[in-house]
Write a protein that binds this ligand. Structure first.
Ligand SMILES: *Cc1c(COP(=O)(O)O)cnc(C)c1O
Length: 371
């Protein structure tokens, strides 16, 4: 926490705005919109809800196809299923670990041949690193398919100076407890399309028609953010800049101490982009390092240090069995390689240097014992 949260929470209580609307919600929306430079933002109960509303606004429905990054958290794609639509998963490329423009183009070509273009493309910015937006945006434009930018992990990052989350028709952020700033749970939908976001607000409040007798013509949701939590978000947003600096420092410490170990390769930062380094991620070549990701996770765990593999690609998930998947190229299945060789290290903004040294020492020992 930043320390200022209680002030906004107290304000909510003092003015009795204990509801999924109120001054903190309005102000948080304005502050996020200003921060990332978009016309409008809608505060919601989660990032997942924001993706769901974006798909709903794009009229994604039963039988439609939606292209989505494969190497991501399941929440990126679940809303596709909520809408009864069909996901098609796209591999990563090695420079950003994000959606491969090459694989995306192949998927577009195939879809155009069958006359069934997707209704939307969901592009994820993994661990804070922006995808290759120039290439992806121009492909989506060429096929006239709207893009949704899943920036749940990349608030505070930028691509060629432009804030992450502002490249698609819609962008989404998450304020879940594990994200770079948090409201405990929450999300935001952003866009330059003011009318679409007015409709998002309407859908998020049970799609209630303008009548005093609670009339409803279309299906809505209860997706608005609480005025108390929006207060938490406001004080968090004020320290986002510091959080990014802390996470980048954590990343740099790991690089300084570990980058020279045999077989260790840190997640790249594409030239012209700035990652918030939400999580420090790297791959380990087992043959060169003499240690596998799993045994390293086990050694860390023995010291009560939690580390995790990178996201399991969605095309490998039992939930999405049988779904179409486009590889980066014939020879390279990038997301699978990243999954089998990747590890995320403790990366909290409040990680103390001495604690980070414990992680680093354990890793160095594990590698030395094995080589
Ligand atoms: C966290 C996350 C989400 C979902 O956000 P919630 O607020 O937890 O619903 C979506 N996509 C990615 C890539 C995420 O990391």
């Amino acid at each position: 926490m930043s320390g200022e949260e209680q002030k906004y929470i107290r304000e909510a209580f003092d003015t009795n705005w204990i509801a999924p609307l109120g001054p903190n919600v309005d102000a948080f929306e304005k502050e996020i919109a200003t921060y990332v430079g978009v016309n409008e933002a809608v505060a919601l109960s989660s990032g997942t809800a924001a993706i769901h509303l974006a798909l709903s606004l794009l009229e994604v429905t039963k039988g439609d196809k939606v292209f989505c990054s494969s190497l991501t958290f399941v929440a990126s794609a679940n809303p596709i299923l909520y809408q009864g639509a069909e996901p098609v998963f796209i591999d990563s490329e090695p420079d950003t670990w994000n959606m491969s423009p090459q694989a995306l183009e192949k998927a577009f070509i195939d879809a155009a041949l069958t006359g069934a273009l997707p209704k939307a493309v969901i592009v994820v910015n993994l661990y804070g690193q922006s995808a290759k937006m120039d290439e992806i945006v121009s492909l989506c434009r060429a096929y006239q398919v709207p893009m949704i930018e899943d920036a749940a992990e990349s608030l505070g990052s930028s691509y060629k100076g432009k804030p992450s989350g502002t490249f698609g028709e819609f962008g989404i952020y998450s304020f879940n407890g594990n994200k770079i700033i948090t409201t405990s749970g929450g999300g935001m939908l952003v866009s330059n399309n003011f009318e679409a976001l007015q409709k998002a607000r309407f859908l998020a409040t049970q799609a209630r028609d303008q009548a005093i007798h609670y009339q409803h013509s279309v299906l809505g949701y209860n997706y608005r953010m609480s005025n108390i939590l929006a207060g938490v978000g406001r004080s968090q947003l004020a320290v986002l800049h510091e959080r990014v600096e802390s996470r980048r420092r954590v990343f740099e410490n790991y690089v300084r101490e570990l980058a020279d170990l045999p077989g260790f390769k840190f997640m790249p930062e594409l030239e012209g982009t700035r990652s918030n380094r939400w999580l420090t991620a790297l791959t380990i070549n087992k043959k060169e390092a003499g240690v596998s990701v799993q045994s390293l996770i086990d050694s860390l765990s023995e010291l009560n240090i939690e580390a995790r593999p990178v996201w399991k690609p969605l095309h490998l998930q039992p939930l999405f069995k049988g779904v179409t998947y486009y590889k980066h190229d014939e020879a390279e299945n990038v997301s699978e390689t990243l999954f089998f060789t990747g590890i995320c290290l403790p990366s909290g903004s409040n990680l103390k240097e001495e604690d980070q040294m414990r992680v680093i020492d354990c890793i160095k020992k594990s590698v030395k014992l094995k080589v």
